[in-house]
Design a protein around this ligand. Structure first.
Ligand SMILES: [Zn+2]
Length: 393
């Protein structure tokens, strides 16, 4: 059976040992070692990564008490040099130990019990047995956790028998095989059964930040980060804030007010643009009506939206009894419209014919619009409508 060095010393990064078994698979192999500090996945903590004789460890897992190391190929020698990916492991230790502390504070302050723990590459979260937590409660939890970090409390791990465990203030008696039970104790705050790897003082957790909460099947999922992740997050957040503040020629404190002012100005500009657009549409409508005596007005626009076309058609329908076909190559859209003075069922015509031109759309008796994937289909449908309508007028 592999000797599990991670139980004795969570800070062991390098060691020499011997390969005890090699199991060959199609395109990888599994090896067991006399001693290992590679942590296998368990208790919410992901497996370790690293090198065995410079061969990348792809996965580590435990089966029947034996630890298996997945490698792309076996090492050449029986005696091997092992090396843990320490950056990854220490991140796991910070998030995992942090979770013990956070869970304990949540029980202490709000009787909110942790039902599950997720430690991922990008997110870390726990599910708490309360339907909701308000902003004041979340801030209080964050402050209490960070207070315990600053107090730099000792964190001890040790084995006890099941009988001894019954005398400990464990909140939950875990279901473990054998008589040995591994305990992790945060001095004065929490005693839990856990087989994972932990930091040795709360000060090593550095800083905790709660990120967000979401509802999850009647529980509250709380996302958080400790230590290195919290520092990276602060650096990224600070960088975004500084960039924005410089961009808007203000400082962090003035940013919200500045953006709010710009939004108000923007809304005012939008209103002015709409007003001007309305005037342009009025002018265009007038011009189109005056430039021809034909019953059918056909016009193609390069830079108008469908909304603009509708605006121009509305103006024409108010001042004349014409029928209009408008297209815009900006959106590959077509509009057919009249004011009801012409015996033409626009929507019905589109329903019958549009599919033959690969268009999508529809409308009512006096107006219909269609969208096309390309200019050619739109142009062909426009030509068809023009011929068809000229025949009926
Ligand atoms: Zn643990």
């Amino acid at each position: 059976m592999t000797k599990k060095l991670y139980y004795e010393n969570a800070y062991l990064k390098n060691w020499t040992t011997t390969v005890t078994n090699v199991i060959h698979k199609d395109d990888y192999c599994l090896i067991t070692l006399a001693e290992t500090a590679f942590y296998p996945e368990g208790g919410g903590q992901p497996s370790d990564s690293g090198l065995i004789d410079n061969i990348q460890v792809l996965d580590v897992y435990q089966h029947d008490g034996e630890v298996y190391h997945k490698l792309p190929h076996p090492p050449a020698n029986q005696a091997v040099q092992c090396q843990i990916d320490w950056e990854l492991r220490y991140d796991h230790m910070q998030q995992h130990t942090g979770q013990h502390l956070l869970s304990a504070i949540c029980i202490e302050e709000y009787d909110a019990h942790t039902s599950s723990f997720h430690l991922g590459k990008d997110t870390v979260s726990i599910d708490l047995s309360v339907p909701t937590l308000n902003d004041d409660q979340l801030l209080h939890i964050e402050n209490q956790v960070n207070k315990a970090i600053i107090e730099n409390r000792e964190i001890k791990t040790y084995f006890v028998s099941k009988k001894q465990a019954e005398t400990l203030p464990l909140r939950k008696m875990p279901d473990v095989e054998g008589d040995d039970m591994r305990i992790v104790e945060i001095d004065g705050i929490d005693t839990s059964a856990c087989a994972g790897t932990h930091v040795s003082r709360t000060g090593e957790l550095g800083l905790m930040k709660l990120l967000k909460t979401e509802k999850s099947k009647g529980n509250t999922r709380v996302y958080f980060i400790f230590g290195g992740r919290a520092l990276k997050d602060y650096q990224a957040t600070h960088s975004v804030l500084i960039t924005l503040a410089n961009q808007y020629s203000t400082n962090r404190e003035g940013l919200a007010e500045k953006i709010s002012k710009l939004e108000t100005e923007n809304k005012q500009y939008q209103r002015e643009i709409e007003e001007l657009n309305g005037k342009i549409n009025q002018f265009l409508a007038q011009e189109l009506v005056e430039s021809s005596n034909r019953k059918l007005i056909v016009s193609s626009f390069e830079d108008k939206s469908l909304k603009d076309l509708q605006g121009i058609a509305k103006e024409i329908n108010e001042i004349s009894n014409r029928c209009v076909i408008f297209t815009t190559s900006l959106e590959n859209k077509l509009l057919l419209s009249h004011n009801g003075s012409i015996p033409l069922q626009c929507g019905q015509l589109f329903k019958q014919e549009l599919k033959n031109f690969n268009g999508k759309g529809g409308g009512n008796n006096t107006t219909a619009q269609a969208a096309f994937n390309n200019r050619n289909d739109m142009g062909a449908f426009k030509d068809y409508l023009e011929t068809k309508i000229n025949e009926t007028l």
